[in-house]
Design a protein around this ligand. Sequence first.
Ligand SMILES: *[C@@H]1O[C@H](CO)[C@@H](O)[C@H](O)[C@H]1NC(C)=O
Ligand SMILES: *[C@@H]1O[C@H](CO)[C@@H](O)[C@H](O)[C@H]1NC(C)=O
Ligand SMILES: *[C@@H]1O[C@H](CO)[C@@H](O)[C@H](O)[C@H]1NC(C)=O
Ligand SMILES: *[C@@H]1O[C@H](CO)[C@@H](O)[C@H](O)[C@H]1NC(C)=O
Ligand SMILES: *[C@@H]1O[C@H](CO)[C@@H](O)[C@H](O)[C@H]1NC(C)=O
Length: 491
Amino acid sequence: MKVASCLPYLLFFFFFLTTRTVHSLPTFFPRAPQQSLLQSAKDPELPYSTHFFPQQLDHFTFRPNSYNVFHQKYLMNSTFWDRGPVHTAPIFVYTGNEGNIEWFAANTGFMMDIAPRFKALLVFIEHRFYGDSLPFRKKDSESAEELGYLTSTQALADYAVLIRSLKKNLSAEASPVIVFGGSYGGMLAAWFRLKYPHVAIGALASSAPILQFDDITPWSSFYDAVSQDFKDESINCYEVIKGSWDELMAVSAKKNGLVELSKSFKSCKSLHSVYSARDWLWTAFTYTAMVDYPTKANFLMPLPANPIKEMCRIVDGFPRGASKLARAFSAASLYYNYSGTHKCFDIENSTDDHGLSGWNWQACTEMVMPMTCLDECMFPPFTYEYKDFENDCKDKFGVRPRPHWITTEYGGYKINQVLKRYGSNIIFSNGMKDPWSRGGVLKNISSSIIALVTEKGKKLLTLLLFGLTIWTSDLRRKKILNGLENKGIRK
Ligand SMILES: *[C@@H]1O[C@H](CO)[C@@H](O)[C@H](O)[C@H]1NC(C)=O
Ligand SMILES: *[C@@H]1O[C@H](CO)[C@@H](O)[C@H](O)[C@H]1NC(C)=O
Ligand SMILES: *[C@@H]1O[C@H](CO)[C@@H](O)[C@H](O)[C@H]1NC(C)=O
Ligand SMILES: *[C@@H]1O[C@H](CO)[C@@H](O)[C@H](O)[C@H]1NC(C)=O
Ligand SMILES: *[C@@H]1O[C@H](CO)[C@@H](O)[C@H](O)[C@H]1NC(C)=O
């Protein structure tokens, strides 16, 4: 499967979409690519059987409500699972992230590719509050009272409980579990190994920005990385995009400026605000950087191979004298209309049909990742004003963020020293082109906490397989030895 090569880059996040973007530039983030989610939502041909597990609402308190049950979806394929006489063939578990689980299963073909080699059982578990794993039925009207159960700690506990139950049901207690994940799912995989070392013997965390919190990673790094990706392709391309924002504002300031913009942006409906045009461009460039795969792909949107290169080719290919804005618009159209099926663009429509409000909630509570756009950044500059962010969250959900909770719960500061002593068996893989990589673990920490940093997927795969082999065979060897010793004692 071609998607295998995508794993190292896999990833993106949905940003918090602030309701006030129009007036407060500083807390602006790109909006989620909702249309594409719809298209790739369900793949009828996925090679997995679907199951539901009665999951407990709250793992951490013993109030009567805590015992409420919801049905958590998981997908499974046992075709390659061959437990052998000592029952030690591994179980590969994908720790689901912020979307329906089919979407991640369809884009993590890599696990299927390596399953035969390890005779592994494959399991993909859906994250609570996403897809069909909804603790409260009415998705749209969820209040903070209900969303309060949407936390990473609850999600990790769900995975632990489900995995233990599954192993029991399959009489597979001896099978080692290895967790996999990309992006937020990668963060969960790494944290799962640290929090539940008795449940998983190892983790593969791909594009997992576990250091994007507090002030561990410079706040400007994400957008600097996006900008660098364009700059690496062509300086002119970078400068054109960087210069397009002023032109955009200048057009909108003209008499009938919005009418003119609506026309030149081929908007289906007339624009009410210049900021929606800005967000639309911004989204195209940012998300393209996140999915700049070397092969044609359809993770967020159908895109050609090396889409940044293609965008820059469009920008650079305009005749002399063309405006920066026209070039930027044309490049952004590649992101929205590579399929060629759009007659016009739905620039102001940002309905949340796919439950992405879940990520907005997470971003407004514990997943607080400060970001800024400074000199090197090709987007309109902004700084991080925690107070504004807090106020937006308070307005939207009625609760305040806890910006230091993640680093308190999972760590992050001095990660090298801490994990060297107290952690093992985690592979962090990062494609350096991926803007999230800068908030990831990029250095080897110990002999079993390894950072694989790469431009291309191939070498990575070999190392990764090597790591998995060591973890599983170490365990197997120990099991066999123990078995022999026990027999010896009995004799
Ligand atoms: C499991 O995967 C194999 C190989 O892709 C496929 O042939 C089989 O149909 C799958 N099983 C299920 C239950 O989908
Ligand atoms: C294991 O079996 C029990 C009893 O049939 C069932 O309730 C539970 O959902 C099963 N666990 C999983 C992970 O499917
Ligand atoms: C989308 O692409 C098709 C085919 O190239 C083109 O005819 C159409 O005008 C494009 N739509 C927009 C809104 O640019
Ligand atoms: C937004 O898009 C959805 C689905 O494409 C459509 O049903 C809805 O009417 C649109 N809303 C607006 C305000 O255009
Ligand atoms: C970490 O160690 C592995 C294996 O020894 C090596 O291949 C890899 O390049 C190292 N990673 C970094 C970032 O130095």
